[in-house]
Design a binder for this molecule. Structure first.
Ligand code: HAM
Length: 428
């Protein structure tokens, strides 16, 4: 017999998914606003794609032998029989949208940005969730100019840095192209063949040898450390591309370290790959990562279209922002007046008055659920309103209202008709 679930289980959200509570939302708003500002500064326009896409988009785009596609996708089967997945990332969807909507007919390259949720069925742990949010910048179309790679890195670096998260370090490498990567892959297979490696690595050796360099198992580390470096196998155009990206980073004063073991978990990359970390904190977890993906368009059935981009992990960044809450400038909440009512007639009249203030762009807090005067004034004090308006039965009959300065406690009666003007004057 199936065991009955305790009723409290209903109150727990799905594993790896979480609520964003009012005490955290100002930081989220700040991150979204900063993303928008940086995007505007670097000239990116916002794009939004659906939460769900066809399975094949990621199978072909991200790669069938990647962890994301093999183990981490959330499948949906619609009543009509479509096989969809909740998007595990946004680069393949953005490229799909670019190709489908004819964005290639607009001036090139297209500079696009996004912010939204993504889903991966991963083992939840600190900084790793099943529903998480990414901001991202993508430069799609045009040519593979290395300056775009540097701009993408700069935009994400400046975004994170402006949230007081520093010092940041950029790890960067190149994974070559169709010409030079097969040679490196062969070298890697030859090197690993016959070595004692973990089960995952044995599988990677057959399916996706570059991922051998991503193994975290202790036993495989010494083997990995001595593996041939991809940087020694780059063809001359790839080497020159990397050199120009690095020179541009130097030009912009962005610190980087070359990490030839960086391979990334998605198959669409070629040439530049990078990850951004904050030194010493959230060890090992990238705050943002990305790279160049010149073959992605073809992989999903489109015409050849170069691209380069980055995505940042909002939850990871928010966690670091929490610890720096005092340093981060959050927008000041709007000053609001407090409307106190006494009695049912005044309560009813309050509703219209609140609307009148709203039309004049003056924020009003009221405690329409509370009835006693002292309770309401106490709330006005707690929320820090500079002014309280008190509307009682007598005031309603006399078409007036009491205006109380919350700091001095001085009160005066004002005609209802003039109250909006009077409040405006005092809030100046
Ligand atoms: P990614 O490295 O898979 O790349 O993810 C980008 C960022 O999303 C990571 O650096 C991390 O901060 C965050 N992230 C990833 N998985 C999780 C998770 N389970 N929980 C919390 N945060 C997570 C991409 O998604 C590529 N689309 C990036 C890109 C854009 N490449 C080119 N353009």
């Amino acid at each position: 017999m199936p065991t009955k679930k305790k009723p409290t289980d209903l109150l727990i959200p799905p594993r790896g998914m979480h609520d964003i509570l009012p005490k955290e939302t100002p930081l989220w708003d700040k991150l979204i606003e900063t993303t928008r500002e940086i995007a505007d500064f670097y000239n990116f326009s916002r794009i939004e794609t659906p939460i769900a896409e066809r399975v094949e988009l990621f199978e072909r785009g991200v790669g069938e032998t990647t962890d994301i596609v093999e183990k981490e996708m959330y499948f949906l089967k619609t009543k009509g029989g479509d096989r969809l997945v909740l998007r595990p990332e946004m680069t393949a969807p953005v490229m799909r949208s670019y190709l489908q909507n004819g964005l290639h007919r607009l001036p090139q390259p297209q500079r696009l940005y996004y912010f939204g949720p993504a889903f991966r069925y991963e083992r939840p742990q600190a900084g790793r969730y099943r529903q998480f949010h990414q901001f991202g910048f993508e430069i799609v179309g045009g040519d593979s100019d290395p300056v775009y790679d540097a701009e993408i890195i700069a935009a994400s670096y400046r975004l994170i840095e402006s949230l007081k998260i520093k010092p940041l370090i950029i790890e960067i490498s190149s994974i070559g192209c169709r010409i030079c990567r097969p040679g490196y892959r062969k070298k890697l297979i030859d090197y690993y063949r016959g070595k004692e490696i973990c089960r995952d690595c044995a599988r990677r050796l057959k399916t996706n040898p570059l991922r051998l360099l991503d193994c975290k198992k202790e036993a495989c580390q010494p083997i990995k450390a001595d593996a041939p470096s991809i940087l020694d196998s780059l063809c001359s155009p790839c080497r020159s591309h990397l050199k120009q990206v690095l020179e541009s980073l130097e030009e912009m004063g962005l610190p980087y370290t070359l990490n030839p073991l960086l391979v990334r978990g998605l198959d669409y990359y070629n040439r530049t790959v990078f990850e951004i970390f904050v030194q010493e904190e959230v060890v090992g977890l990238a705050l943002a990562s990305g790279g160049r993906y010149d073959y992605l368009a073809e992989m999903i059935g489109g015409r050849p279209t170069p691209g380069v981009g980055v995505a940042g992990g909002a939850e990871r960044i928010i966690e670091l922002m929490m610890a720096r809450r005092d340093e981060i400038k959050l927008p000041k909440p709007r000053v609001k007046i407090f409307l106190v009512h006494i009695g049912d007639l005044a309560k009813k009249r309050s509703l219209a008055l609140i609307e009148e203030f709203r039309r004049s762009n003056i924020g009003v807090i009221s405690a329409l659920g509370k009835n006693s005067l002292s309770e309401q004034l106490e709330t006005a004090n707690k929320v820090g309103s500079p002014l309280a308006l008190i509307l009682g039965q007598r005031e309603v009959y006399e078409e007036s209202i009491i205006l109380r300065d919350m700091q001095t406690g001085v009160q005066e009666s004002v005609p209802l008709k003039k109250v909006v003007e009077e409040v405006k004057k005092r809030l100046k």
